[in-house]
Design a protein around this ligand. Structure first.
Ligand code: B12
Ligand code: SF4
Length: 528
């Protein structure tokens, strides 16, 4: 049987990275079946397109996975597939919580023939065999022989055959630039960010997050060896293709167990498996100097930190009191000293937010080493404690907000400002943090660094700007380039100066860095 695994875009924005679940399920598919992958983020497709694809390729089963914000598109695509007579199985965080919606048991239309609840590593082979026999069940739940929920230990992790997977659709180098870049610099024919997981689970239960409910609070890790081998495989592939590759460790908190993370990073270094990587790590764990040293030595370049708010009252409200705004600056400085920078994520529209929250946040951000601040709105995702609290309080204004996805739009009323005011805060955050002046300041703040670092922060800022101000089409790019022409000219001019690309002096800390406080067992905090 031929199987199509499809991940939709949300119809508005597109991800920069393929989704791990597709590669994982492909690797877990029993022998004798062929699996094709289409990620709508890389290969846009509409309803007619998917129906045609299914017919042209003689597909016998379609698997669709989606987050809440992609679910409306996912349902439309599922409907189009089912109209061709091919069964659809859906999985992922949204349908796990809203299985009745997907199966049409809530009074609405049915979109899926079957739903895979929770982690599908063990159920996927069964689903495939049932589908091949024409005997799909409605619901597949990961349970053991006693009917108890069971979670994969990850000790036996499948080998994802990166050496042979068709990754063409995930190349981030624009087609028009590929030829030129290949001529300029060996190794820039392609650039891909590949998701790799080293563990699952987070015990913290932040009020707005689905992770604790979905993956459970038991943390599970792959063996160091299996992670290292995967990195070696990816590096070999990038070398063969004369391309570039970076890894996104998608663990909710890559350093949730500091001792184990250090041992993994040491093994990566020992095996020569270093590559440029990004990971999510909570601020409190980055107090550990040795951990930060190992991050830098193993290739860590960007750390995603879910700061959420600079207001401790807000953090307490959403059960994330382990974040200490007072230490954010020191943490970021500690990373920057090793030329590791942070993607700092903030949420507006929290219950203690008042008008001016964005400017107050930016005042702090401007004093920190340059990074990539991102701003979102508090969103009640289905089945989260936040959703339940707001529903009980009658504060949900769009209780089924996922049925019509609107980017950066509140679905409930904040306590101390209006919905419009919350929208204005998020707009202000993005507009100020990504203005040509802010970009110029970020580049200038790295004047003591080699040119490559300055170019890196500039390109990263331009790309991240697109999260809020989507840059669709050539004209949008021309406009952004024109607005930032001063910074671009400056970087180009410097590129011609001798020595501009050389040497990376150690940065002198701008502020005193408190001593490390290591947590060797399961440490506090996690991000996503
Ligand atoms: C990496 C990641 C991203 C990446 C993009 C996704 C990517 N390309 O991988 C980035 C960083 C861009 C991102 C962005 C966002 N993300 Co995100 N992200 C994740 C993260 C950390 C890992 C995803 C992952 O690969 N997990 C590991 C795989 C193995 O698990 P999985 O995807 O769940 O798949 C398993 C099962 O679900 C199931 N399954 C999944 N799909 C399918 C399909 C079929 C057919 C079957 C049978 C089974 C199945 O089988 C898999 C194996 O067990 C998750 C948290 C997490 N730990 O999962 C959040 C998570 C998915 N993100 C979330 C959110 C909210 C967002 C944002 C909206 C955040 C924001 N406010 O901006 C944005 C939206 C992006 C967009 N374009 O619209 C939420 C989604 C919750 C929800 N109900 O939708 C999560 C769960 C985190 C959270 N805090 O709750 N994210
Ligand atoms: S620490 Fe991160 S992953 Fe864990 S519950 Fe909180 S937001 Fe979710």
């Amino acid at each position: 049987m031929k199987i199509l695994l499809y991940n939709p875009d949300n119809g508005v924005t597109r991800n920069f990275m393929p989704h791990l679940w597709m590669f994982l399920l492909q690797a877990l598919t029993p022998a004798g079946h062929e699996v094709l992958l289409v990620d709508g983020n890389a290969q846009p497709m509409d309803e007619a397109g998917i129906a045609q694809f299914v017919r042209d390729n003689d597909i016998g089963l379609v698997g669709i996975g989606a987050m809440t914000r992609m679910i409306a598109k996912a349902y439309r695509m599922a409907d189009a597939v089912r109209a061709t007579g091919v069964p659809v199985v859906m999985g992922g965080p949204h349908v796990t919580e809203m299985a009745d919606e997907a199966l049409g048991r809530d009074g609405g239309p049915r979109h899926a023939d079957a739903v895979a609840l929770g982690e599908a590593d063990a159920t996927w082979p069964r689903i495939v065999e049932d589908a091949a026999r024409g005997q799909l069940k409605d619901v597949y739940a990961p349970v053991d022989a006693f009917g108890q929920e069971s979670k994969p230990s990850l000790k036996e992790y499948p080998v994802i055959p990166w050496e042979s997977i068709d990754l063409k659709q995930f190349n981030l180098v624009p087609k028009a630039a590929t030829g030129l870049l290949q001529k300029i610099g060996e190794g820039w024919g392609s650039f891909r960010i590949i998701p790799v997981e080293s563990g699952r689970g987070c015990p913290y239960g932040c009020e707005f997050c689905t992770v604790t409910g979905f993956f459970g609070d038991s943390i599970r890790f792959r063996t160091n060896e299996s992670v290292v081998n995967e990195l070696l495989l990816l590096k070999a592939r990038a070398r063969t293709e004369k391309g570039q590759m970076a890894v996104f460790f998608i663990d909710d908190n890559f350093a949730i167990n500091i001792k184990r993370t250090k041992s993994l990073l040491r093994d990566i270094i020992a095996a020569g498996a270093q590559c440029h990587w990004v990971a999510q790590i909570s601020a409190n764990l980055l107090r550990d100097e040795e951990l930060v040293d190992l991050i830098a030595a193993s290739g860590g370049k960007w750390i995603f930190i879910g700061m959420e708010s600079i207001d401790p009252a807000n953090l307490k409200d959403v059960n994330k009191g382990f974040n200490k705004p007072g230490e954010y600056a020191a943490v970021l400085e500690r990373l920057a000293q090793r030329n590791v920078y942070a993607i700092t994520s903030f949420i507006f529209g929290m219950d203690n937010d008042t008008v001016g929250a964005a400017e107050r946040t930016l005042e702090q951000v401007r004093t920190w080493p340059p990074g990539l601040p991102i701003f979102g709105l508090l969103t009640p995702l289905p089945a989260t404690p936040l959703y339940k609290r707001l529903e009980k309080a009658g504060r949900l204004t769009r209780p089924k907000h996922w049925q019509e996805f609107i980017p950066f739009a509140m679905a409930h009323t904040p306590l101390k400002m209006t919905i419009d005011e919350a929208h204005a805060e998020v707009n202000y955050g993005w507009a100020q943090a990504y203005s040509p002046e802010a970009l110029a300041r970020a580049v200038e703040s790295l004047n003591d660094q080699p040119l490559g670092y300055r170019i890196n922060i500039f390109i990263a800022r331009i790309c991240f700007r697109g999260i809020y101000f989507p840059m669709m089409g050539k004209m949008a790019w021309v406009k952004v380039i024109a607005q930032n022409r001063r910074t671009i000219f400056k970087l180009v001019r410097e590129g011609f100066k001798a020595g501009a690309w050389r040497g990376a002096p150690a940065r002198v800390p701008a502020i005193p860095v408190p001593q490390a406080e290591t947590g060797e067992a399961i440490a506090q905090g996690a991000e996503s």
